[in-house]
Ligand binder design. Structure first.
Ligand SMILES: Cc1ncc(C[n+]2csc(CCOP(=O)(O)OP(=O)(O)O)c2C)c(N)n1
Ligand SMILES: [Mg+2]
Length: 888
């Protein structure tokens, strides 16, 4: 017997065990072997022993050769097509940078993942047909050139379009990364902000199951494919929701992690192994893990590896070393990888250094990738992650293959181009090489026919995005009559009004079932728990236990057909669920109306990047920022009291935002949102803040609807022509009620008359004003137009004083459009817990401060004497030496 180089104290005994298990496999099958191992491992763990293989397997392919599904197509044909895609992808980046060295772009990422995409496009990714809706594919953002290059070969993009890569200003260029906003008929998912793709993909698959269970599913069974980088997996967003996918058994979801071992600056895990780490993490989260580490060339070496020495060497080498084997040479690999053990050197003694260099990685071997995809698509009961090992900058040779700098390579020199051309057999002559021409074989060539055949049998070219959808039938405003008519003496909050509005809409025959209420463990905070029983909480497993509150009317009812999405304490995930529902009009061809209700402080601030992606995605739906306002959410404290989400919302160009005071305003805004998004199909989404302060909700006054929607309207017109001491008070959110109280003080204590305006949206007022002023600037000789703010305030007299529960910048936005003196009160500074009254005094937005601000403005305009202001300060007990709250 040969010497076993592994540290084995009793090789004979080891051999007996292996023979025994072999005989079980041969006579009784693998399942029996699995059972016995299970029993054995249970036995061993009784002693307290830790079994590492429960979570990690050796560093090799998960699918053994004997179980690999065989790729049916023409390997050589596919290689030559893939080579052309590689070339054109590289050429488009290079040409963009030859034209203007500042345009950027990436070559190396796609070169590492070309085979991963290609096998998918050739065999697995289904397009939309009469019978089925297409698969949904999240593409790694900076691999976009490779996807364009395929579209070019397939005849869907022209050379002129490729030449406009990253030149998007004219509107006809190809966007730098996948951006549905810029290429609405092509890209489906914005992915380039690392981590958002994986998170969105998980919730996309989740919402597809939800629709399935509710009987709203579209045609056919579909898969969500998510391509991600190994570096990208470090984002908390990438891994943050994988447990949900495992728990929910999302077998419609496949992750493909391109493990090229590198990120932008250097190795992902130089001192460890990213594939092994991810294997453990995903397996622990309940995923089916398929490692595709080694390509076919290694198979014969494994056969020669009697004692697992090759495996041991593979297991012990770290990623930093693996990177070296590909950035250096075959000779280097022989010496440093195989050379560690003389027995291993023997295994490769018949191979030349070139042969050793060509020992390929799994992610570059179409056979191995095919087998993995085949296994993933037929796996049931679990999501699958494919961990494919590749080489970053594959094929670039010394110009960048596996080099630390390769992420930023944007061009090759002439030698590099020649090498690349020769390596991939691109039919371009030396003379033409310098221009880096695109290459597309003639239409009737076998390659082109093969390529087109592949796609037509899978339902057509991808990516493709559907923008249009069937408009919904939205009920008239009168269905919200109960909210519009006011509450009389009863005091309720706008949050309670919202719940009433939502209940009415859910009862509507046309749109009721399309409404998707989403909460991140906050339903009770918002008084929405009535929906638990009424609509049911979605649970793919139904309810396997009797809830403790079954005897209550509003018990915690989980249901397979539940309509409410209760996503737990997980604002990012709940928002991603909202995104999937808000884009269902496109991705599932079923418009949904999601209402995501959350603590407003944990909205835009917490998950701003997803809110930005929502704009790119043309999401349609409602975000409700609950318990909003710096002083309205009394109690809680600094990290709860939101005084700036509106400013953040205003940065998303197609997010329409409102801070209404009254229930009827809320009703009008929601009705308009439904009309704009689902009837007029405007690509926008709504952010509305709602509050928890109870007060009497007045009935809707006549003729205010347009004003509510445009951003302000006159609530009380008190001044008459003969009035001298007049001010205009603007209030938003519940602070409007302080403005109303200030008007009374002004009149009673100082004989000043105030008109009162309810401002529902300083953001919308600013947008409109800016667009009007822009028009005026560009049309100097035409009659200037008036902004809506000017329209409202031009004819009125007196200074204008605005007060809000948001930072001053919120109300300050309209300064440019306010004629005359404008002063703004807001809640700048860190929040803190106290009563509303004390908080409003602290932040200087209460009725007394509004009164003082109004008098101060009148004094500045010499309408009253400054002594009147001093009198007010004394009368209301204001301390002029009080520190500025922004400093506290
Ligand atoms: C949130 C975020 N941070 C940083 C970047 C910049 N960035 C783009 S690609 C990249 C490296 C990606 O590495 P990896 O995920 O391993 O992908 P590879 O190119 O290696 O396939 C970085 C840091 C980004 N796009 N998004
Ligand atoms: Mg990488």
């Amino acid at each position: 017997m040969e010497r076993d180089p592994l540290t084995d104290i009793d090789p004979v005994e080891s051999e007996e065990w292996i023979e025994a298990i072999n005989s079980v496999i041969e006579t009784e099958g693998v399942e029996r072997a699995q059972y016995l191992l299970q029993r054995l491992s249970t036995k061993v763990t009784e002693t307290g022993a830790q079994l590492p293989y429960a979570i990690n397997t050796p560093y090799r392919n998960t699918i053994p050769i004997s179980k690999e599904a065989r790729m049916p197509g023409d390997l050589f044909m596919e290689r030559s097509i893939r080579s052309l895609i590689r070339w054109n992808a590289m050429a488009m980046v290079m040409r963009a940078n030859l034209k203007d060295g500042t345009l950027g772009g990436h070559i190396s990422s796609f070169q590492s993942s070309a085979t991963l995409y290609d096998v998918g496009f050739n065999y697995f990714f289904r397009g939309t047909t009469e019978e089925q809706l297409g698969d949904l594919i999240y593409i790694q953002g900076h691999s976009a050139p490779g996807i364009y290059a395929r579209s070019f070969l397939e005849g869907n993009l022209s050379e002129e379009q490729l030449d406009k890569f990253r030149q998007e200003v004219d509107g006809d260029g190809l966007s730098s990364y996948p951006h549905p906003w810029l290429m609405p008929d092509y890209w489906q998912f914005p992915t380039v902000s690392m981590g958002l793709g994986p998170l969105q993909a998980i919730y996309q698959a989740h919402i597809m199951k939800y629709l399935d269970n509710r009987g709203l599913a579209g045609r056919g069974s579909r898969k969500v494919w998510c391509f991600a980088g190994d570096g990208e997996m470090d984002e908390p967003e990438s891994q943050g929701a994988i447990a949900l996918a495992g728990r929910e058994k999302l077998d419609n979801l496949i992750f493909v992690v391109n493990c090229n071992l590198q990120r932008l600056d250097g190795p992902v895990r130089g001192n460890g192994k990213i594939i092994q780490e991810l294997e453990g993490v995903f397996r622990g989260a309940g995923w089916n893990v398929i490692k595709v580490v080694w390509g076919r060339q290694w198979d014969p070496l494994f056969e020669k590896d009697k004692f697992g020495l090759l495996q041991q060497r593979m297991d012990e080498a770290v990623d930093g070393e693996y990177q070296n084997y590909k950035s250096r040479s075959g000779a280097y690999t022989r010496e440093h990888f195989f050379g560690k053990y003389p027995e291993l050197l023997k295994v490769v003694e018949d191979l030349t250094d070139e042969d050793i260099f060509r020992l390929n990685r799994g992610g570059h071997d179409p056979y191995k990738v095919y087998a993995a995809y085949d296994a993933a698509t037929s796996h049931t009961g679990q999501p699958t992650v494919i961990l494919a090992k590749t080489v970053k900058g594959y094929g670039l040779g010394p110009a960048g293959e596996a080099q630390n700098y390769t992420h930023s390579v944007k061009k090759l020199d002439l030698e590099g181009l020649k090498d690349f051309r020769d390596r991939f057999d691109i039919p371009i002559s030396d003379a033409d090489l310098e221009k880096v021409p695109y290459y597309r074989p003639p239409e009737d060539s076998t390659e082109m026919r093969y390529l087109k055949q592949c796609r037509s049998s899978l339902g057509g070219s991808l990516p493709r995005r559907k923008s249009d959808f069937e408009a919904l039938q939205i009920p008239p405003l009168s269905v919200l009559e109960s909210v519009l008519k006011g509450t009389g003496d009863r005091q309720i909050s706008t949050t309670m009004a919202f719940v009433r509005i939502l209940s009415s809409l859910i009862k509507d025959k046309q749109i009721g079932e399309r409404i998707v209420p989403i909460v991140p463990d906050e339903a009770r905070t918002f008084g929405m728990e009535g929906m638990f029983r009424q609509l049911g909480i979605y649970s793919s497993g139904g309810q396997l236990y009797e809830p403790t509150d079954t005897d209550q009317i509003m018990y915690y009812r989980e249901d397979k057909k539940g309509q409410v999405l209760e996503e737990g304490i997980n604002e990012g995930g709940a928002f991603a669920a909202w995104l999937a529902a808000a884009t269902s009009y496109s991705n599932n061809e079923i418009p949904l109306i999601p209402f995501y209700v959350f603590y407003s402080m944990f909205g835009f601030q917490r998950i701003g990047d997803l809110c930005w992606a929502a704009g790119d995605l043309q999401a349609r739906g409602f975000l409700l920022g609950g318990t909003s306002g710096r002083t309205t959410l009394n109690g809680e404290g600094l990290q709860h009291q939101d005084g700036h989400s509106h400013i953040l919302a205003s940065t998303v160009p197609n997010c329409v935002s409102y801070d209404p005071s009254y229930a009827y305003e809320l009703a009008v805004i929601i009705r308009q949102g439904l009309q704009e998004m689902y009837v007029e199909k405007l690509p926008r989404y709504y952010y509305i803040t709602i509050m928890n302060e109870n007060y009497e909700q007045p009935p809707i006054p006549d003729g205010v609807e347009q004003g509510i929607l445009r951003g302000m309207y006159c609530l009380q017109k008190n001044a008459v022509k003969s009035s001298k001491k007049v001010v205009q008070l603007l209030g938003s959110g519940t602070i409007l009620r302080e403005s109303i109280a200030a008007a009374e003080l002004l009149q009673k204590d100082f004989g000043v008359i105030a008109d009162i305006w309810s401002v529902t949206s300083f953001n919308e007022l600013r947008r409109e004003g800016l667009s009007v002023h822009r028009w005026n600037m560009l049309h100097p000789q035409e009659k200037p137009r008036l902004s809506y703010v000017e329209e409202c305030l031009n004819g009125v007299s007196g200074p204008v004083i605005a007060a809000t529960d948001y930072i001053k910048a919120y109300a300050d936005q309209i300064r440019e459009f306010v004629p005359g003196l404008y002063s703004v009160l807001g809640t700048d500074g860190f929040g803190r817990s106290d009563t509303r009254e004390r908080l409003r005094k602290f932040f200087e937005v209460d009725r007394y401060y509004i009164t003082v601000a109004a008098l101060s403005a009148l004094a500045q305009e010499n309408v009253i004497d400054a002594a009147q202001v001093t009198k007010a300060i004394e009368l209301y007990g204001i301390d002029p030496g009080k520190p500025d709250p922004v400093t506290l």
